[in-house]
Design a protein around this ligand. Structure first.
Ligand SMILES: [Zn+2]
Length: 140
């Protein structure tokens, strides 16, 4: 009975998937768009910065502050693109955005990206909508 075997295999697979830790599924589901950049003279243009911030569900200004601090440079929005002073590689920008996501978007307890940043007095916290954890984050 081949059909029966196939059915049981699918059942087993389904059960195995259900038993996988939820956080792994959450983490793989969350993909950040890679930066599209152009270096023009001594300036680096990030064309899809707003799209990246939308995916991160964060204020572009907050993400920008992090990037400027890490690169120790200046930058500003020009229309929809972000222009940084200095030449930076795509790899460096992608890495910084990943670090930002790790520090300010991904819940350290369950790995879900469904979080919010809240300010309390002078402190900043990440509140997870998936597991309810409240974690302190480094203020920017
Ligand atoms: Zn969580």
């Amino acid at each position: 009975m081949e059909g029966d075997i196939l059915y049981r295999y699918e059942e087993l697979l389904k059960r195995a998937l259900e038993q996988m830790p939820k956080q792994r599924a959450e983490a793989t589901r969350f993909e950040i768009p890679k930066a599209k950049i152009t270096v023009i003279g001594m300036r680096t243009v990030i064309h899809n910065f707003k799209e990246i911030c939308e995916r991160l569900n964060r204020e572009p200004r907050h993400v920008l502050r992090f990037i400027l601090r890490e690169l120790a440079t200046a930058g500003m929005f020009e229309g929809d693109v972000l222009v940084l002073q200095g030449k930076f590689s795509k790899g460096a920008i992608d890495r910084l955005i990943e670090i930002y996501a790790k520090n300010y978007v991904i819940c350290p307890v369950c790995g879900a990206p469904d979080t919010k940043l809240i300010k309390e007095k002078r402190l900043m916290f990440m509140v997870c909508e998936a597991c309810g954890a409240k974690s302190s984050v480094r203020p920017l």
